[in-house]
Design a protein. Structure first.
Length: 281
């Protein structure tokens, strides 16, 4: 694409330059974490991470590895800025969202550093549009400290299994209760809505179950209002990793394959809603 071959403009050098032949690869991932207007962007040599938070209870991260881009250059150890995600998505889809065969929007994204706007150069069919989006001081983000060594239970499901669950369970419930156990019921999703309690069980040998690593029985509740944004990522994904730590913090990691077959990840972290007493189980 012509944009990826354009030299940087004269003047102060860019600390971040990224080019994509198809901007839709980026916009679809950003939509999967778009449940608040603002996002914090982190760029390192490994790629781009876009983080969105709400009420310090839920955090979503979209990871776009450097290999996804046709060009990806970061001149500092890390580059961080806050941006209006709604505006960024509007700019990325400025030529429309339809995917006509053989037609894609090329993107070149440039950032000079602190205090400068994020520059987007978008080209489709020989027409180039330039967008400047003001950047802001990044907020301090919540550290869920969710590392693999602290994981108590982990399962990997084909995404269709979880999509079916969200379609069948009673979403008038305020909470989704998740039980993970080395013994029956193994993996259970429960809701407590207007129509009463509903449970959906997945045996460990289910065709939908790709991996099952449960060390102890855990039952935790999570506000459905916090989990609903993650269904955007679920809709795009082919697999989902569901992990919990000893405190009941939940990690939902969605594996998303774009139309070129490249793999990206979107991860949601969610705080447990409340302690469950044995009398409630």
């Amino acid at each position: 694409m012509p944009l990826s071959t354009q030299p940087p403009a004269s003047g102060e050098p860019y600390v971040l330059v990224a080019s994509l032949d198809n901007a839709r690869h980026l916009s679809s991932l950003l939509r999967a974490v778009h449940f608040q207007d603002h996002a914090t962007c982190f760029a390192t040599a490994n790629g781009l991470r876009v983080t969105v938070e709400d009420a310090k209870c839920i955090q979503a991260n979209a990871f776009i590895q450097a290999e996804i881009f046709q060009e990806f250059a970061v001149q500092e150890e890390s580059v961080t800025f806050r941006i209006n995600l709604s505006v960024l998505l509007d700019c990325l889809t400025i030529f429309g969202t339809s995917s006509l065969p053989g037609i894609s929007t090329a993107l070149r994204m440039c950032y000079r550093g602190y205090g400068y706007p994020l520059m987007l150069f978008l080209e489709e069919g020989g027409v180039v549009t330039v967008c400047k989006i003001n950047t802001q001081e990044p907020d301090e983000l919540l550290d869920f400290d969710f590392c693999s060594t602290k994981v108590v239970n982990k399962i990997i499901l084909q995404s269709e299994g979880l999509r079916e669950a969200f379609a069948e369970l009673d979403m008038t419930s305020e909470v989704l209760q998740i039980t993970m156990s080395p013994d029956k019921p193994y993996f259970r999703l429960s809701t407590f809505g207007n129509a009463g309690s509903a449970h959906l069980d997945y045996p460990r040998d289910s065709d939908l179950m790709e991996a099952f690593y449960c060390n102890q029985t855990q039952t935790n509740r999570y506000k459905i209002s916090l989990l609903k944004p993650s269904t955007k990522a679920l809709a795009l994904s082919c697999k989902v990793s569901i992990r919990t730590d000893a405190q009941g913090f939940l990690s939902l990691q969605y594996m998303i394959r774009n139309e070129d077959g490249q793999i990206c990840f979107v991860e949601y972290y969610c705080c447990p809603d409340e302690d469950i007493t044995e009398a409630e189980l």
